[in-house]
Structure formats: structure tokens, C-alpha cells
Design a protein around this ligand. Structure first.
Ligand SMILES: NC(=O)c1ccc[n+]([C@@H]2O[C@H](COP(=O)([O-])OP(=O)(O)OC[C@H]3O[C@@H](n4cnc5c(N)ncnc54)[C@H](O)[C@@H]3O)[C@@H](O)[C@H]2O)c1
Length: 264
């Protein structure tokens, strides 16, 4: 009989064995994705400005038998990003997957938002994302292969939380830069996509005012904040051959918030 699935076994579509995955941002979301990718057989490289954080995640993965390494990186410094990417390439020979899970937020009224705070958010979330996509994009062009996953946010689509104007601007930019890079890198067989979560239970969401938790309970159709591990499926899909014909999209993992928020 004619083989209708060229891989023979559809499970191979989601395989990460032999893949070198560079995960930038060792916070709640990055660490969870790094751990999941290692469990699926990938060689995982974790980079963060907080070396201690990255080393802890790395040690945790290694203790479970996974293959993990760490680097310190500051995504706001282009030369530093280029240097770290060069070093990773020298050591591992290739970078198959980038997960850009760096990000910061702050709250203030739109009319009063402090200029330094705006600069910090845009430098890290927006320019940092550009620098990562540029540096890794060049590596992937030379390889004629690669998968880039940027972590956006529903805040890049609508005014999801009050008083987070620069964060929302930065995330709208992440979704748009994803499309720009996807368009230009498609001829080299490179996929560039974004995942836009709603509210995720990570350090970024700690110490927020209680009103936000009540708002999430009422406003998100599933009635709760998501756990970081609920992003693993989307990340594995976009990192593997399962998504070879998918590029330039923003995949919303939001408990139904954007598409089916009931009025009452
Ligand atoms: N937590 C949420 O509710 C949520 C929702 C939607 C989108 N996101 C996005 O997901 C991504 C990850 O968020 P998280 O919840 O894991 O946050 P987190 O605060 O747990 O982790 C963010 C990580 O970024 C690192 N970082 C900050 N500045 C850096 C720099 N200059 N260079 C390198 N690393 C730097 C921090 O050290 C930290 O480890 C972010 O882009 C965030 O905007 C989070």
C-alpha cells in the first residue's frame, strides 16, 4: 500500500531528538519549555541575564538525565547577543530552534508612565527580540533550516490589563516582527512564529493586585490563569516538523479569552 505519511510514524513529527534548542529567558515560561524540550530529547541551551536562575534550571534538567547548558546574556546589548550566539554556534555547531522567552512589565497610568521605565520595557521586549531574531536568523539562513518562536501576549492584541501601555506596545511589536522575519526568512526554509499567552502563573504575575485575579476568573472563559506547562504543546508544535508549513502566525493560548469572552 502507498505510504501516505512520509515519516512512517506520525509521532516523529513531534520529535526533538538531535535538535539544538536555544532558549532565552529562564523565567517561568522559558524554564518550563526548556525542561519539556529536554524531556523530548533536545540538547537545550538556556540563556538569561540572571546566571544563577539559568544554572538552577540547567542543573534541574541534568539531574533528570537531560542535556542542558547555560550562558549569560543581556538581550538589550546587540554585541553581547551576537557574541553569545557565535559562542553557542562554535560549541554546538548549529541552532535548530530559538525560543525567545525574555520579557519584563511594569504598571503605571498611560499618561504618567516614566520614560526610563518605557525605555527599559521596549529595550528588553522589543529591541531584545529584534536582536535575537536577527542573530539567530543569520545562523539559520546559513543552515537553510530553523524554527523561531517568540513569546508575545494577548496584550499585543488588545488592552488586556489596565496600566501596561508600554508592555502592550512591545508585545504588538513582537507579533509584527514575527511576521516581518517570517516573510523574509521563508525562502530559506525557516519558520518564525509567536505564541501569545493570556495570564500565566509565573514570577511575572506575582505580587499583582488582587483585582486582576478576580478579573481573570470572570473574564477568561476557562475561568483561571494558566499554568506554564499548558504552553508546552504549542511550543513543541512550533519547534518540530509538525509545523513545517506554518509561519508568521501568532498562536493564542489564552483559555478562550480573545475569541469567546461572553458578555454575561
Ligand atoms: N506570565 C505571564 O502572564 C505572561 C503572559 C503573556 C506573555 N508572557 C511573556 O512570556 C515571556 C516569559 O515571561 P515569564 O512569565 O516567564 O516571565 P519571568 O519574569 O518569569 O521570566 C522573564 C525572564 O527574562 C529574563 N530577562 C529580563 N531581562 C533580560 C535581559 N535584558 N536579557 C536576558 N534575560 C532577561 C529574566 O531574568 C527572567 O528570567 C515574556 O516575554 C512575557 O512577556 C508572560
Amino acid at each position: 500500500m502507498k505510504q501516505i505519511i512520509p515519516y512512517g510514524n506520525a509521532d516523529k513529527l513531534f520529535d526533538l531528538h538531535g535538535r539544538t534548542c536555544f532558549i532565552v529567558g529562564a523565567g517561568g515560561i522559558g524554564a518550563t519549555i526548556a525542561k519539556a524540550f529536554a524531556q523530548k530529547g533536545a540538547e537545550v541551551i538556556i540563556a538569561d541575564i540572571n546566571a544563577h536562575e539559568a544554572m538552577q534550571i540547567c542543573a534541574n534538567i541534568q539531574a533528570e538525565g537531560g542535556n542542558a547548558h547555560t550562558y549569560t546574556i543581556d538581550v538589550t546589548l546587540k554585541e553581547n547577543v551576537v557574541k553569545v550566539v557565535e559562542t553557542v554556534l562554535q560549541q554546538f555547531g548549529k541552532i535548530d530552534v530559538l525560543v525567545n522567552a525574555v520579557g519584563v512589565s511594569a504598571t503605571d497610568s498611560a499618561v504618567d508612565f516614566n520614560e526610563k521605565a518605557i525605555d527599559r520595557i521596549l529595550d528588553i521586549n522589543l529591541k531584545g527580540s529584534v536582536f535575537l531574531n536577527q542573530s539567530i536568523g543569520k545562523v539559520m539562513i546559513a543552515q537553510r533550516y530553523g524554527k523561531i518562536i517568540n513569546i508575545g501576549s494577548i496584550g499585543g492584541v488588545l488592552n488586556h490589563t489596565t496600566c501596561t501601555m508600554p508592555y502592550s506596545i512591545s508585545k504588538a511589536a513582537v507579533h509584527q516582527l514575527t511576521r516581518s522575519f517570517a516573510g523574509e526568512l521563508s525562502e530559506y526554509g525557516i519558520n518564525v512564529n509567536a505564541i501569545a499567552p493570556s495570564w500565566v502563573h509565573t514570577p511575572m504575575m506575582e505580587n499583582r493586585e488582587t483585582a486582576i485575579y478576580e478579573g481573570i476568573r470572570k473574564g477568561v472563559p476557562f475561568g483561571r490563569m494558566m499554568a506554564p506547562h499548558e504552553l508546552i504543546g504549542a511550543a513543541v508544535f512550533l519547534a518540530t516538523d509538525a509545523s513545517n508549513f506554518v509561519t508568521g502566525i501568532t498562536l493564542y493560548v489564552d483559555g478562550g479569552y480573545l475569541s469567546c469572552k461572553p458578555l454575561y
